[in-house]
Design a protein around this ligand. Structure first.
Ligand SMILES: [Zn+2]
Length: 118
């Protein structure tokens, strides 16, 4: 298996040039053929990553940081100053509690994905 990505699909001269980086290879196992990836990216589960973060000294204290964050009117200096942080509800019901509130600072966590295309 090879990568069929074309870096410049709109170029008249380069649009037919595919990457062709090997992605996987065939191996035979017990009289059957298998395809295994060339590269394996080890990723631990979210549960394991959260467990590791909570084991770090001072992590839980950091979860409380935003409750002591001083707010300057009309200045967005952190995500804590945003309307979504202030107004996000626990459920879709309008009268439900705010998701981010001081009494749940170390229990109500939102996850965000970042990708660097490496
Ligand atoms: Zn490629």
């Amino acid at each position: 298996m090879k990568c069929n990505h074309v870096e410049f699909p709109n170029s008249a001269t380069k649009r037919l040039k595919q990457c062709y980086t090997p992605l996987g290879k065939k191996i035979s196992l017990n009289n059957s053929i298998s395809i295994v990836p060339e590269l394996i990216y080890p990723v631990s589960s979210i549960q394991k990553q959260l467990s590791n973060m909570f084991k770090r000294p001072g992590f839980e204290e950091l979860l409380w940081h935003w409750t002591r964050h001083s707010i300057i009117d009309n200045v967005l200096s952190d995500i804590y100053d945003s309307q979504i942080w202030k107004n996000l509800k626990e459920s879709s019901e309008q009268e439900s509690n705010n998701f981010f509130r001081p009494d749940k600072a170390d229990a109500h966590l939102r996850l965000m994905m970042n990708l660097d295309w490496f």
